[in-house]
Ligand binder design. Structure first.
Ligand SMILES: [Zn+2]
Length: 235
């Protein structure tokens, strides 16, 4: 095999860098989606508040109408009162008028309470509108930022893929085959540095003989986790 420790070290570094770039590429759309969900949730809250406002207003309108009905009824009763033929009739009408007045007073309180709710709901809707706008701005800002980085990230990934391809040519035959399977399964974790005689992927120590083979430039796969091992060389 014609690949030495420095190339293997570099190959692993390239895989790790490629993983970072790919992670960033995958993270962007997820983060945009999360921001879109925040926008949708804020809009939903606003729509709910607007629906509640509509209901409060409708209830206030209904009660105002009831109030008017009682009012005109009192007017009619008052006319009857003036024309009452007996004390008994007078008392009955008087009682009806009093009952209507009590009903009106209850309705007035309820209407005031509803109008207060309408006011508070309007304030809440105003706040929610601000919230929606803020969420939209943040989503747009993030999407534009990611968009501006996208081309750079994609060309960086392509560049790293090319470099990996060029470095991989040092691996041949069965070793190359095994390496490709590992990369397909584990990506950058297909390879593991050996530090202090230990595989840094599974942390199992290598036998002395394996370490000797590794030092002599043989291609070794970890007997425990199967990763392609290498002795890291600093630049
Ligand atoms: Zn291992």
């Amino acid at each position: 095999m014609t690949i030495a420790a420095p190339e293997l070290t570099r190959l692993h570094e390239l895989h790790l860098k490629l993983r970072d770039v790919r992670d960033e590429l995958a993270r962007g759309p997820r983060q945009i989606k999360a921001r879109e969900q925040i926008v949708a949730q804020s809009r939903e809250k606003q729509a709910q508040a607007e629906e509640q406002l509509k209901q409060f207003k409708a209830a206030a309108d209904r009660k105002s109408l009831d109030l008017k009905t009682h009012e005109s009824k009192i007017g009619e009763l008052q006319a009857k009162l003036n024309a009452a033929a007996s004390n008994r009739e007078y008392d009955i009408i008087r009682g009806q008028i009093d009952a209507d007045r009590v009903a009106m007073s209850v309705l007035e309180d309820e209407i005031l309470e509803l109008l207060d709710k309408v006011d508070r709901k309007r304030t809440e809707i105003g706040d929610l509108e601000v919230e929606v706008k803020k969420a939209e701005t943040e989503k747009q800002r993030f999407a534009a930022e990611f968009e501006s980085k996208l081309a750079g990230l994609e060309s960086r990934a392509a560049e790293l893929e090319e470099k990996i391809k060029a470095t991989e040519t040092g691996l041949e035959g069965d070793v190359a085959e095994k390496y490709r399977r590992l990369v397909a399964a584990y990506g950058a974790d297909a390879m593991a540095a050996v530090e202090g005689g230990v595989c840094t992927n599974c942390y199992v120590g290598l036998t002395t003989q394996t370490q000797v083979f590794l030092r002599s430039g043989k291609i070794i796969f970890c007997t425990t986790c199967g990763r392609l091992l290498y002795l890291p060389v600093a630049d």
